[in-house]
Structures are given as structure tokens and as C-alpha cells.
Design a protein around this ligand. Structure first.
Ligand SMILES: [Zn+2]
Length: 367
């Protein structure tokens, strides 16, 4: 009897241990505490839109600690002294790429300004092909198309200008991706409004404020040109940066997704616009189009920026964003609080990882 009893005790103890282990193992992966980035790291997150130009081992440590990969994007804008040419940005990004053992991946760009010069397409293609050989997996095109550049005849040059067509064909032929920052938020064409998420940006960058430049093309004309370029290049993957500049209404994005299977969007710098729309609508949109949205921030670190300050900003950004997408807790933004979306786990996995792997082929390293 005695031995029988102890046998049962051992058995029940084992059962209890087993039950506890099962309970622990099946604990929800995203049981995120406020500020808890462990569950963020568990999805092997990818930030599809970053401008990290500072080579500092602290960023390598951060990427490793968060188990994070980033697309590190170059951008040419002749109104910005650092961004006037591809150099020194490309070299700065390549240093980050090497420093991080490939956790940062290069998104190159090209100067569109010489588009009317003879041999423009050929020399651009030569440059891009060299960048692809160095590891670039994507090519950024920028809002100067449609909002700044003019032809010799005085016409604003749009992203679907025939001058760029051979370049798009080359990018598609190399199975690389275009990251298209075309147009701007609606607020760029509207009178100053302190309640707008972009109010400070246009105050600081009046040269980019379309409202002050009524001679610029309308936003709908620019987006129509972008859509035309996407339609003309069905073999080219195009990721519309900043929610494809359709930030105010997810229905506008849905409409493009339905029309163009080669089009996706990143969330860079536009997550607050999800907060400003109706929660149920945004949640249903993200679930329906779960294969087409790439998590991204638009975090910027210039070579001379303070590392500590940048690290703090990166941590707060990932904490806030993860809390918003993964939990139903309240998130603060511009003095208001918004309830998190509590997206289903498989959807989170796609938005924070799988979609970048698919749309930015090569983001995980040589394959
Ligand atoms: Zn950006």
C-alpha cells in the first residue's frame, strides 16, 4: 500500500510538473507587458524603413538585443546638404551594414535630376547594378518626382516619366524592390493645422509644403502617376513608403491593393494615422490585407547625432508601436490616448516579419 501510495504521489507530482510546463509553453507569445519588448523580439522583427547613417557599435548591440533587422535607406534630395548625392550616404550605410553583420541592409537610390541628359538610363542602371552586387536589395524613389523636378520645357516630372522606365525594368530584372516615397500626406496640401501629425514638419521644412506652392501638381495627379508606374511594371515589387501617401483613409490603400498585386505599403512615420481612424476599420483592414503591410518607422540617425538620444528614441518607438499593434492597451499620442489593435498573432508575424521577407527579397541575407 505504502509503495503504491508513494508511486501515486510521484505520478501526480509528475502530472503537475507536466501541466505547469504545458501551461508555460502555451502561454501567449505576445503577452506583452507595457514596455516589454521580449515578445517584439520573438517575431524576429524587421523595420522596413530606417535612415541609420551613423556607424556606432551601440546600434549593432541594439539590433542584436532586439533581434531586429532594418532596411537602411539612401535618399537623394538636392535641397538637403547631406542628401545632395549618393555619397557619403551610401558609404555611411555600407559601414553600418558591415558593422551589424548584415542586420542592416542597403536600400540604394539614384539621382533623378539628370533625367533629360543623354545616357541617363544606361549610367543609372550601371550604378544600380554595381549597388546590387554590393548587396543593395531595394531602390528608393523620392517625392522630388512630382513635387520639385521640372523638365527643360517646364513640366513637373512624374514617377511614370518614360525616362525612368528602363530603370524600373532593370530593377525588376534583378528581382529587387522599389521603395516609393511619392507625394506627401494630405496635410501637405492643406492650410497649417496644429492638430495635424505633420504640422511641425512643414513648419520646419516650408520648401516641401505644397500648400505654399499652388503651382505644384495636385496630390491626386501625383498618385495617379505612381499608380500608372505600378501598373506598367507588373513584375516590379513596389512598396509605397509612408502608407503609400494614402494615410488618411485605409480604404484608399485597399483600393490600390485590389488593383495592383505588385503593390504593398510600409507604415513608416504614419502609424499615428492608424490611431486617428476608426479602430475597427483599421483592424479589419490590417487583417484583410495582412500580406501587404510592412512594419516600418522612418527613424533617422545622422552621422553627427547623439547616440544615446537616438537609442532612447528607437526603444520608445518600438515599445509604443508594438504595444499599439499587439495589445489592447492604451497608447498615448499628441495628448490623446488610443486603444491598441490587439492583432491576431499570425497577422503580427506577417506585418513585423514575413511581409518584409517576401517584398524585400534578400533582407535576411544571402539567399
Ligand atoms: Zn524615410
Amino acid at each position: 500500500m505504502k509503495s503504491q501510495k508513494s508511486k501515486w504521489t510521484v505520478l501526480s507530482l509528475m502530472t503537475a510538473v507536466l501541466a505547469v510546463s504545458i501551461a508555460l509553453a502555451s502561454r501567449p507569445l505576445f503577452e506583452a507587458q507595457p514596455g516589454d519588448l521580449a515578445s517584439f523580439s520573438a517575431v524576429s522583427p524587421i523595420d522596413a524603413h530606417v535612415h541609420l547613417y551613423k556607424d556606432d557599435p551601440a546600434f549593432d548591440s541594439l539590433l542584436r538585443r532586439l533581434n531586429l533587422r532594418i532596411l537602411d535607406i539612401c535618399v537623394i534630395d538636392d535641397r538637403d546638404p547631406y542628401a545632395k548625392g549618393l555619397e557619403p550616404q551610401r558609404s555611411d550605410v555600407l559601414k553600418v551594414v558591415h558593422r551589424t553583420g548584415g542586420r542592416a541592409v542597403l536600400c540604394t537610390t539614384f539621382s533623378p535630376y539628370r533625367f533629360e541628359e543623354p545616357g541617363f538610363a544606361q549610367s543609372t542602371i550601371r550604378q544600380l547594378d554595381a549597388d546590387f552586387a554590393t548587396g543593395a536589395i531595394a531602390v528608393k524613389i523620392y517625392k522630388v518626382m512630382g513635387m520639385e523636378m521640372k523638365s527643360k520645357a517646364g513640366k513637373y516630372v512624374m514617377p511614370d516619366d518614360p525616362a525612368f522606365e528602363p530603370i524600373y525594368k532593370d530593377i525588376a530584372a534583378h528581382d529587387r524592390t522599389v521603395v516609393a516615397h511619392i507625394a506627401e500626406p494630405d496635410s501637405c496640401w492643406q492650410p497649417p493645422n496644429p492638430a495635424s501629425p505633420d504640422y511641425d514638419y512643414y513648419k520646419q521644412n516650408p520648401q516641401e509644403y505644397a500648400y505654399a506652392h499652388p503651382e505644384w501638381p495636385s496630390k491626386s495627379a501625383i498618385l495617379a502617376a505612381r499608380d500608372h508606374m505600378v501598373a506598367e511594371n507588373p513584375k516590379l515589387r513596389v512598396v509605397g513608403a509612408h502608407l503609400g501617401s494614402m494615410e488618411a483613409d485605409v480604404n484608399q490603400i485597399a483600393q490600390r491593393f485590389d488593383h495592383y498585386p505588385n503593390f504593398a505599403v510600409d507604415t513608416a512615420a504614419r502609424i499615428p494615422y492608424f490611431m486617428l481612424q476608426q479602430r475597427d476599420k483599421v483592424r479589419a483592414f490590417l487583417i484583410k490585407y495582412q500580406d501587404r503591410i510592412l512594419y516600418a518607422t522612418d527613424l533617422v540617425v545622422m552621422p553627427k547625432d547623439d547616440t544615446e538620444k537616438a537609442l532612447a528614441e528607437w526603444n520608445t518607438t518600438y515599445e509604443r508601436d508594438w504595444k499599439f499593434f499587439a495589445t489592447d492597451q492604451k497608447v498615448e499620442y499628441m495628448g490623446h490616448s488610443y486603444q491598441g489593435l490587439a492583432l491576431p498573432k499570425p497577422v503580427l508575424h506577417k506585418i513585423f516579419h514575413d511581409n518584409a521577407v517576401h517584398w524585400l527579397r534578400g533582407i535576411m541575407g544571402k539567399s
